[in-house]
Ligand binder design. Structure first.
Ligand SMILES: [Zn+2]
Length: 387
């Protein structure tokens, strides 16, 4: 959903704040639209309109950032690490290092962002009212050209935009905040996170369809082309995010509770480090026809992997005098070739050995080879069950 890396603009409470290139589009669009607007409120004051528009865009950016910080800092308080906050075309996203572990946690993290947005809207409206009365503040919110000051106009717009953000975020479709709140409630009621996520993601797909249909109506029936298309695009992104979350959820639920030891071949064929290369060639490579074998010492501890190429590169007449240990790719733990056989299957995903060799050696705490997991076995375990 988020192509490419964002540009880091700040670090707040140790959290990396980044902006995606698409975000600049929104930033300049806000400046453009708001200068038009302020020009109507303050006729003939081009510079003032432009300055107010820039201030508005910056405060809008800060509003979204504070919303995301609300999620992030709540997560942090619950012991969930925050990788980064990224702002892009449709707002912000706080990337958590792990999923929440209970419905209560999920609810607190999900609700914190909208709560911050509500507070910002209330503060903006409150300050505008203090400056020039509730009536003027309301006129600022309505973006009317009826003699409000620049500050009140900006605060009024900010209150309005934050209320809109709040309403949008509370749409109960995952992965929007409202959808996460819906997931938390379903999770709390059923005690089943997988089912709750599936339910909330389906709501997300439903609302995405509604937005697309409403957007098309707004664009082609009501004639607001820009607003309509914008809604269609947002609906489209919500739908694809919901589908993606649903898919991740299914994969996660399938592999939950599965350990490396459940899928590995528990009787791996391994070669001893001390075996001579001629015997290794005849008794293993010729006999089994496999491209490589794990290599173990006399206590069965994994020492490395030996490939057919490496044996074949040694001239035939010297093979009886050389051992497997002399040509193997040694492994003492850091090369990504091994995994503890008690680990969850999830730990295997993205392992280097799985991509390079097509397999990973499963070892116990003493480093003894207990099995081999191939990429095929992992794929098999991830495959959906049923017809
Ligand atoms: Zn949020």
């Amino acid at each position: 959903m988020f192509g490419g890396r964002s540009i880091q603009v700040a670090r707040v409470f140790g959290v990396r704040i980044g902006v995606d290139v698409s975000w600049f589009f929104v930033f300049f669009l806000v400046i453009y639209l708001m200068s038009q607007n302020y020009r109507q409120i303050f006729p003939g004051q081009e510079t003032k309109a432009f300055v107010l528009a820039v201030v508005s865009a910056i405060l809008f950016f800060l509003s979204i950032l504070l919303h995301e910080l609300g999620h992030a800092l709540t997560a942090k308080r619950l012991g969930i690490g925050i990788a980064s906050i990224d702002l892009w075309l449709f707002g912000g996203i706080a990337k958590m290092e792990r999923d929440t572990r209970s419905a209560g946690e999920e609810f607190k993290v999900a609700a914190a962002g909208p709560a911050v947005t509500l507070i910002i809207a209330a503060v903006c409206f409150g300050v505008a009212s203090l400056i020039s009365g509730v009536d003027a503040a309301a006129r600022g919110t309505a973006l009317e050209d009826s003699g409000v000051s620049g500050t009140v106009a900006v605060l009024g717009w900010l209150a309005l935009v934050n209320i809109s953000l709040l309403l949008f975020n509370l749409i109960p479709g995952f992965p929007l905040d409202g959808g996460r709140i819906a997931r938390a409630i379903a999770w709390w009621r059923t005690g089943d996170r997988t089912k709750a996520t599936r339910f909330a993601a389906r709501l997300g797909r439903g609302f995405s369809l509604l937005m697309i249909v409403a957007g098309l109506l707004i664009a082609f029936v009501l004639g607001d082309l820009f607003g309509g298309i914008w809604l269609v695009v947002i609906g489209f992104f919500l739908g694809s995010a919901a589908r993606q979350s649903e898919h991740q959820n299914e994969v996660q639920s399938r592999i939950e509770g599965i350990r490396v030891s459940d899928v590995m071949d528990a009787e791996p064929v391994a070669i001893s480090t001390e075996l001579s290369l001629d015997r290794a060639f005849d008794e293993f490579f010729l006999r089994y026809g496999w491209p490589w074998f794990p290599v173990v010492d006399h206590e069965g501890r994994l020492k490395g992997v030996v490939a057919a190429d490496s044996v074949e590169s040694v001239p035939e007449q010297v093979r009886p005098t050389r051992t497997v240990a002399s040509v193997m790719a040694a492994d003492s733990g850091g090369s990504g070739l091994r995994v503890d056989f008690h680990e969850p299957l999830e730990a295997l995903l993205g392992r280097e050995g799985l991509q390079r060799l097509g397999a990973i050696m499963a070892v116990d705490a003493e480093g003894v080879l207990r099995g081999v997991v191939t990429a095929d076995q992992v794929r098999q375990a991830l495959r959906p069950v049923g017809p």
